[in-house]
Design a protein around this ligand. Sequence first.
Ligand SMILES: [Zn+2]
Length: 91
Amino acid sequence: MKIDEIRVAKGSLSDRIYAGKLAKNNIEWLQKKDITNDFLSAVIERFAGFTEKITSSDGKTYRISVREIKLGDDLCHCGCGKQYEECKKKK
Ligand SMILES: [Zn+2]
């Protein structure tokens, strides 16, 4: 595999991030490696502490931000006492 052939993409059946070589159909991997942990580390280093507006190749605009959660900051504000991700009401 040549370095120029390496692509990075989210798996279609999971939230894992892979790097590798795609088949000619641009869908199936010929070779892939799960790089989720490296990917998330890079995202944290790149975006921690600020927000950036990004326009993707399909013309949609997104706001990306990474915020560190300190102890206790991740509790839901609806009063349920759960962590934010675990609350169904999310406020
Ligand atoms: Zn809640």
